[in-house]
Design a protein around this ligand. Structure first.
Ligand code: NOJ
Length: 740
């Protein structure tokens, strides 16, 4: 008791138990010395000059001067020991010597890149995902970076949207778990550790619901939908202590997210009691004028700060407008103090006031350059992110002693493309990234031949290389075709209305198929693509996404069976673009089709089957898994009881392998309609050939809660279907009753 009183008294005086000042106290002292301009300076973030991730308008000379005079709080796209040191030196010339924060898009790895995020999500492996961010943070922090603009936790149901590659797909539960794993990975043992970087939950909010899948487009949805589907990953991130949030570009129901008081003040900083800071997206404060929400930049600055956007990334309106607005009485200075306090707190927590150069250390940078351990991990992660969509006649795995293998397609010898979008480029990329050709060559027996033909370019109409590719295929025992979309065709501002293979790749595939040779199709993409012809006609298909630095080795490990693929789709794959948005957890409607092909007066298309090409959660293995009947602890539950669900999974095939066991529920009736299925749990298990394991899940009323139309979050008693299976379509079901 005495100890508690002592601690309470200490904290009331702003000191800790050892008589040192708390961060809060230090920030207050610093704020009391700062002029209004200096405080606003902390809210300003500019991009460096060598590398831009948005429409840059830097005047480098002015920026450098502004840093020296304390008018800049943070820089993005400034990295590397030398560069960060030189910028920090400038900041330390300012009157109060407040260090800069260096932010960067460390999205799927840094020096070692890992699969694009949607591919990582396909691993359904939270441990691997967390570890990849741990490595990314270790590498990035060794290059002087303090802060990553990740994870992107936007739920996305529209594969036309290019940014699906950066997220975890369509499901709120899966997306939340993955977001949490990433934050844990980035922030490690906590801010202040030399290998921990600040994470950033983005884009707040509903960016993934852009109308028509067109990037930066508007979002119009009920608050119920917003709270139930799009906000949970953000709420969980806030609760987990993510250091920062980033605004989204879109408006939500007519109010740009950047000045959206409901999400920023009422929810994030109010109900969720979030203590980190909010950075705008690139230019999103200034863009409110284009939205038609503010008449000019002055009003944009005013609305953004009042709503709770703390830092201005590259809009250049905070410094230009806020001091004036405060002096004119249009912005209460308490809003500036609050934003500056949040930002300064993070600088203290990162230890930058103790040593502003602590992240700029040559030795650490050297150790984290081409780090072999990290690469080894990248290779494993790559192979575990691939999804086997078809393996008729068990063409895979291929024997290493196959006499002649042909690799055909525009991605076979690519190196840099394997990064996918959102990778920071380095000069040595083309030498250190493993191409698919090299990966396969390294594992194929010495006496076996690996032939190669490009066949066509990624995205044009040139068919002149077809003939050579056909001749090459004819000489082979197995043809590996590597097709898809260009690596820069998904990512920011990369929405596509046509999500087929780009250019003439499908025609090339048809020509090669005519040779009658066994074909393994590997699809390189950052999003679900539409490839109906291939899906119906090619016996073996592997979705490889973009796998990063070790791509070629990861692919070869799976092709030759060193790794048995176990990935599952984190997004539904549509049959055609016309089916979009298509997602597994839709409502039933008043006229659901009973079969996939039923058309008459039911909710269906007259020219298309109802189900998708590949469902959410789908993915095969080289082995087979058998599910026993599930056993429920009870079929009649009451109140706060726990339902236990058990199922035996046996590996009945010929390889050791991993399976992702998925648990779904359906709440049959509700105050508001409920989805036909909702993922409520999953477990990734490893089973040796012949082995059986029991998988056990628990559900409590907490898992049954939902938002009603008045935004009450609660559960209702009634009947529920409990479903367990290998993907969202292939499940066994038992009905229970659960009363309140
Ligand atoms: C714009 C993107 O939307 C955001 O995700 C990114 O972090 C910033 N640019 C900075 O590059």
């Amino acid at each position: 008791m005495k100890k508690i009183c002592f601690l309470l008294i200490c904290s009331a005086f702003g000191i800790n138990a050892y008589g040192q000042k708390t961060i809060d106290q230090k920030v207050s002292e610093l704020l009391s010395k700062m002029t209004l301009e200096e405080k606003v300076g902390q809210l300003v973030q500019y991009s460096g000059f060598e590398y831009a991730t948005g429409p840059q308008n830097s005047n480098s000379a002015t920026v450098l001067e502004e840093i020296k005079s304390g008018k800049v709080g943070s820089m993005l796209n400034v990295a590397g020991v030398e560069e960060t040191r030189s910028f920090q030196k400038l900041a330390l010339q300012s009157r109060l010597k407040i260090p800069l924060l260096f932010g960067q898009d460390v999205i799927h790895g840094y020096r070692t890149t890992f699969p694009v995020n949607l591919g990582q999500a396909a691993s359904w492996d939270l441990g691997l995902i967390e570890k990849s961010e741990r490595i990314a943070a270790t590498e990035a922090s060794a290059y002087g970076i303090h802060w990553t603009f990740a994870p992107m936790v936007d739920i996305a149901r529209d594969p036309r949207w290019g940014r699906v590659m950066e997220g975890s797909g369509e499901d709120t539960y899966l997306g939340t778990q993955i977001g949490l794993a990433r934050i844990k990975g980035f922030q490690g043992k906590g801010l202040g550790n030399i290998d921990a970087i600040m994470a950033c939950a983005k884009h707040f909010a509903a960016y993934g619901a852009a109308v028509g899948g067109r990037d930066y487009n508007s979002v119009d949805m009920s608050l119920r939908q917003l709270n139930e589907t799009y906000l949970p990953p953000f709420k969980a991130a806030a609760e987990a202590g993510v250091a920062t949030f980033m605004n989204s570009f879109n408006d939500i129901n007519g109010v740009p997210a950047t000045a959206n008081t409901y999400i920023l003040r009422d929810l994030l900083k109010g109900k969720w009691n979030y203590k980190g800071f909010v950075v705008s997206d690139w230019g999103s404060i200034g863009e409110m004028t284009y939205h038609g929400y503010t008449k000019d930049k002055t009003e944009a600055a005013q609305k953004a700060i009042l709503a709770g956007s703390d830092m201005d990334m590259e809009s250049r309106v905070y410094m230009a407008e806020l001091p004036k607005l405060v002096k004119e009485g249009k912005v209460d200075p308490k809003f500036i103090d609050e934003a500056a306090r949040r930002i300064l707190t993070k600088k203290f927590e990162m230890g930058l006031f103790d040593d502003p150069y602590r992240f700029s250390d040559d030795k650490r940078q050297k150790d984290q350059t081409n780090n072999q351990e990290n690469r080894k991990f990248g290779r494993e992660f790559g192979s575990k992110s691939m999804v086997l969509l078809k393996n008729q006649k068990n063409i895979l795995p291929i024997s290493k002693s196959t006499k002649t293998v042909a690799l055909i397609g525009p991605f076979g010898k690519e190196t840099v493309a394997n990064h996918g979008f959102w990778a920071v480029g380095f000069k040595d990329d083309s030498q250190r990234i493993v191409s698919q050709f090299d990966g396969i060559r390294n594992q194929l027996d010495q006496n076996s031949a690996l032939l190669y033909a490009k066949g066509c370019n990624v995205d044009d109409q040139d068919r002149s290389m077809f003939a050579e590719a056909v001749e090459t295929a004819k000489k082979a025992d197995v043809v590996i075709m590597t097709l898809g979309e260009g690596h820069a065709m998904s990512g920011e501002a990369k929405s596509r209305s046509n999500i087929h293979f780009s250019g003439v790749q499908e025609d090339l595939l048809k020509e090669i198929a005519k040779t009658g040779k066994p074909i393994v199709l590997m699809i390189n993409a950052g999003r679900p693509l539409v490839f109906d012809w291939a899906a119906d006609n090619i016996p073996t298909i592997m979705y490889t996404w973009w796998l990063g630095t070790e791509a070629g080795n990861s692919i070869a490990d799976v092709l030759f069976g060193k790794v048995n693929p176990g990935g599952k789709l984190p997004m539904t794959f549509p049959r055609t673009e016309g089916q979009i948005p298509v997602y597994y957890n839709h409502y039933n409607t008043g006229r659901p089709a009973k079969t996939n092909t039923e058309r008459n007066y039911v909710s269906a298309y007259i020219d298309l089957d109802n189900d998708p090409k590949f469902p959410f959660g789908y993915g095969l293995s080289y082995t087979q898994f058998k599910y026993s009947d599930m056993i429920l602890s009870s079929a009649d539950l009451k109140g706060n009881q726990t339902l236990n669900i058990k199922v035996n999974i046996s590996n009945t095939g010929n390889y050791d392998g991993e399976e992702v066991v998925q648990l779904y529920i359906r709440d049959l009736f509700g105050k508001v309609v409920r989805p036909v299925k909702e993922l409520k749990g999953f477990q990734k298990i490893f089973l040796k050939k012949g082995e059986t394991k029991i998988v056990s899940f628990n559900l409590t009323p907490e898992n049954l809660k939902f938002y009603d139309d008045a935004l009450n979050y609660d559960w209702e008693g009634g009947e529920f279907d409990i479903m367990v299976g290998t993907n969202s379509q292939d499940v066994q079901t038992k009905r229970i009753s659960w009363i309140k």
